[in-house]
Every structure is written in C-alpha cells, then in structure tokens.
Design a protein around this ligand. Structure first.
Ligand SMILES: Nc1ncnc2c1ncn2[C@@H]1O[C@H](COP(=O)(O)OP(=O)(O)OP(=O)(O)O)[C@@H](O)[C@H]1O
Ligand SMILES: [Mg+2]
Length: 243
C-alpha cells in the first residue's frame, strides 16, 4: 500500500533543490533602505526561473545573494545543502559553480573575444592552449566563430552579450545568473540572446535564473517569481510552450 501522505503514484517526484534562500534580509544605508525583507525562495536543479518586479524591488540584490556576490544581513543562502556563509572559499564557489551575465556585458575592452572568455579560467588547471581552444569552441557555440579576435568595441551589443554568455560558461557552471541580459539590446538581438540562453539551458541542463522587467522575456522561463518591495509575492509556473 502506498503511504497516503505521499499522494497517489501519479504525483511527480520532488525535484532536488539547487539553491535556496531562507528568510534572507539585506539593508543599505544603515537600515534605511530594506532591499530584501525576508526572502524564502527555493530553486530546483535544472529549472529556468525568471525573477520579475519593478525597479528597486530587490531583484539584483537577490540574484547577488544566490551567486555569493553579496551576503545577507540575516538568514541563509544554501547551495546543494551547503550554507554559503560557511564555505571556506566563496570566490572559488563563484568561479566554479556560478556563471554571471550582466546587462552592460562587463567585457574587458583591451581583450579580444577569445581572451575575454578565458578570463574566468585563470584558476583552471587547463594549459593555455586548451583554454584558448575551449574559448573558441564556446564562441562557436554562441555563433561568433567569425569574431574570435575582435575586441568589444568592434562588436555589436548583441555580439558583446554573446561573448559575455560564452564567458559565463567557461567553467561549466551549475547555475547561470543573468541580470537584465537583454536590457541594452534591440528586439532582434533580444530574441537571439533569449533563444541562445534557452538552448544552453536545454542542452547543458544547467539551472538558469534570469532577472527581467520585460514580460515577453520572462515568458521564456519555466517559472516566474515576482519580487515586490523586498519580498516574493508570486511564484508560479509559466504556461508551457511560451513564447
Ligand atoms: N549599494 C547600494 N547602496 C544603497 N542602496 C542600494 C544599493 N544597492 C541597491 N540599493 C537599493 O536597494 C533596493 C533594491 O535594489 P536592487 O538593485 O536589488 O533593485 P532591482 O529590483 O534590481 O532594481 P532595477 O530593476 O532598477 O535594477 C533599491 O531601493 C536600491 O536603491
Ligand atoms: Mg537590478
């Protein structure tokens, strides 16, 4: 007899948790600005989540917590059951487990596309030649085989963001965090970048968290989490098949 507390056999098994925030708070300016006011959020392995909400609601602060770029005033951030604040080497966690994509690309202007992609590999045991080969392979995967030796100033906005996406994948992260990755792009480049992120998520099976205030961009995700005034006020699956 199945245990009735576990429902019927048709019920989906619970997925495992990749990252979790437990009652996370974060204030600025001596507590005058309460960016996060006790956020409880669970991110499943392999999920694709869009975090939405108005400007100043706390989206970037929350993303930075999940990626270990910032630490809570109170509460905990967990990654695969480990408390981030108890990790001995948070910078190594960030480098090996998390990939970051930002609205303004954050590429180094004096480096070529290939060299930019290799920046996160600095602590990798791979020899130089293999790092370069990996960078070229990643640039091919984002459709930039013809732009490997270009510097950021010689690339369009959409191309720069694709270099930044290739860079975010350099160390095969488990979690990809993208903060308004299409915020500086026109509609055509937005579609290209979103299709690329969707394909990477599907093919690599990594967990993807995307911050956006644009509903049509959020529609690519499988789940939408809305932040309002430093709290999660909505957490729902997207209808399948969108957009
Ligand atoms: N370094 C900081 N110093 C002071 N206040 C900050 C700092 N970073 C964020 N804040 C404040 O915390 C609140 C949340 O900011 P956050 O950047 O997380 O918002 P957001 O939802 O990402 O907004 P946007 O959509 O405009 O990017 C805002 O009121 C913001 O002004
Ligand atoms: Mg922000």
């Amino acid at each position: 007899m199945p245990d009735p507390r576990h429902g019927n056999n048709m019920e989906e098994p619970q997925k495992s948790c990749l990252a979790e925030t437990i009652a996370v708070t974060r204030s600025y300016e001596n507590g005058r600005v309460r960016a996060l006011r006790g956020v409880d959020l669970r991110i499943e392995e392999g999920d694709f989540v869009a975090i939405t909400g108005s400007s100043g609601s706390g989206k970037t602060t929350l993303l930075q917590m999940l990626g270990g770029l910032d630490t809570p005033d109170s509460g905990e951030v967990m990654f695969r059951g480990q408390v981030l604040s108890e990790m001995r080497d948070l910078s190594s966690f960030r480098a090996r487990r998390v990939g970051f994509v930002f609205q303004s690309f954050h590429l180094l202007p004096t480096l070529t596309a290939s060299e930019n992609v290799q920046v996160p590999m600095v602590e990798s045991p791979l020899p130089m030649k293999e790092r370069e080969q990996r960078a070229i392979q990643l640039l091919k995967e984002v459709g930039l085989a013809e732009r490997i030796h270009h510097r950021p100033a010689e690339l369009s906005g959409g191309e720069r963001q694709r270099v930044a996406i290739a860079r975010s994948l350099a160390n095969e992260p488990d979690l990809l965090l993208a903060d308004e990755p299409t915020g500086n792009l026109d509609r055509e480049s937005t579609t290209m970048v979103m299709e690329l992120l969707t394909r990477i998520h599907r093919e690599n099976g990594m967990t993807l968290i995307l911050v956006t205030h644009d509903p049509s961009t959020a529609a690519y995700a499988h789940r939408q989490v809305r932040i309002s005034d430093g709290l999660v006020d909505r957490n729902v699956p997207n209808p399948p098949g969108a957009p």
